[in-house]
Design a protein around this ligand. Structure first.
Ligand code: SF4
Ligand code: SF4
Length: 173
């Protein structure tokens, strides 16, 4: 399992400091230390069936607190990428949809373009009118731009995505 994940797991002695400091633990079906425990026991599918890696915000608090230098945030990312590739949503379907919408928006516009992100996210997640009522207020306060900003090197950004697709396993980017 360690070889598969590329991170040492045996170092973890289940002190729970990662979970105690994790700001997203309250939304997780299983906290970070339990995810590590599943993996130590070879229960990879059980770890993958939890929503924990989807709601992880990659803040690295767990990694900073760990007395055994276990790269918990990196392990969460490995799980997230694998789940994304295999289409596993673990009850958090809007999160992978947002993930996809975010990347596509950056690929198309060369940078983040919020209206495009919101529209695509709503389409992909099937929540067509999500945040719809907030848009006019944000627009009039100058928080939403009607058109994508200029200055991004779109061609260079597309090349990065193309390169990632060729390097990454199928469907990951
Ligand atoms: S803080 Fe480190 S050693 Fe403690 S439970 Fe979490 S991963 Fe394991
Ligand atoms: S990186 Fe993820 S698992 Fe670690 S503390 Fe932050 S939200 Fe929690």
């Amino acid at each position: 399992m360690e070889k598969q994940l590329g991170h040492p797991l045996s170092q973890c002695y289940q002190c729970g400091k990662c979970s105690a400091g994790c700001p997203a633990a309250y939304t997780m079906a299983e906290p970070p230390n339990r995810i590590i425990r599943f993996l130590q026991l070879g229960l990879y599918d059980r770890a993958l069936s939890q929503n924990s890696y989807w709601v992880c915000s990659s803040c690295e608090m767990c990694t900073a607190r760990c007395p055994r230098n276990v790269e918990i945030k990196e392990i969460m990312e490995v799980l997230r990428h694998d789940a994304f590739r295999r289409g596993i949503t673990s009850g958090e379907a809007p999160v992978p949809a947002f993930h996809k919408a975010f990347l596509k928006t950056v690929e198309w516009f060369g940078r983040l373009y919020e209206p495009g992100l919101v529209l695509l996210n709503n389409l992909l997640s099937g929540r067509f009118f999500k945040d719809f009522t907030a848009a006019p207020g944000m627009f009039f306060k100058g928080k939403l731009k009607l058109f994508p900003g200029r200055g991004a090197d779109n061609a260079a950004v597309r090349r990065i995505f193309k390169y990632s697709r060729e390097e990454a396993p199928r469907g990951e980017v």
